[in-house]
Design a protein around this ligand. Sequence first.
Ligand code: 2NL
Length: 338
Amino acid sequence: MIEQQIEHLKSQALEQIEHATDLNALEQVRIDVLGRKGALAQFNLGKLPPEERKLAGKALNDAKNTLESAFETRKGSFASAALNARLEREWLDLTLPAPGPRPGSLHPVTIIQNEIEDLFTSLGFAVLDGPEVETEYHNFDALNIPPEHPARDMQDTFWLSNGHLLRTHTSPVQVRGMEKLGPPLRMIAPGRVFRNEEVDASHEHTFYQLEGMMVDRNVSVAHLIYFMKTLLSAIFHREAEVRLRPGYFPFVEPGFELDIQCLICGGSGCPVCKQSGWVELLPCGLVHPNVLRTSGIDPDQWGGFAFGLGLTRLAMMRYGIDDIRLFASGDLRFLRQF
Ligand code: 2NL
């Protein structure tokens, strides 16, 4: 009789445990059933005959044990559900890009320009800037470029209606540098230049140059070669073999085309160097006496070397870029690669 009541209470309690919706509800069931004044405590076995008391006591103990372990199990399932819910709520994908605007990156021409500026700064050169709209004097006359020179033609230069022009090289910055600083001097002039070009994969109307000049006493071609080799080692991160060929530029005498031994084949000949083993890299020379004199420097006292480096072309070589139009395209798929 009493065992049946216990059994009934047990199965009822097990059901309540199963249906408890949260920890509080479960605890209430536990107090109601197993608590000091709970349902199980209400059974009074004292009045039973010994034989029955023994059986009833065993049933009561079984029920208590069964219910206690059912409570623990249910409690454990609430705890793991709570943990799972928290894990789900606080789940974080650390491989996702951070929110907000993406960090930008430097333009490939800027990367190379910065590297070369750092090198020349360390060698005592000033980094100069100048106007992009120039006078005919600073862009041509002061550079010993004669009036009939083809560079002065409308086909090659963007002229403004007031007689000024968009600088076709950064040389006018160096002219202004000579006027302002006087000898001795070391300077580089990186910047944007403009030519009236038919645009295609290898020609742009706007591109970047970096020119440099050193004026001092007894400056020779040996100094020029030393500085150019230092420059090329910094750019290509290795010793570069160079050769000089004669080249004509009105603002230098003598003038040279400086070639480097092909970095692809090492000089044995390949498609990049057109089987010659050499790649044309930069024009250079000793500053023409007329150019020094025009800017107020006595060519009998002072001499100098100068060079011009196509930053845009260098970036194309460094990064294997086959279309010059990409540089100013603003195409993020291009820019994000650097
Ligand atoms: C080029 C130009 C060269 C120079 C530029 C220079 C400037 C002054 C005096 C003498 Cl103020 N020379 N600059 C010298 C040699 C070559 O190249 O178009 N480079 C890509």
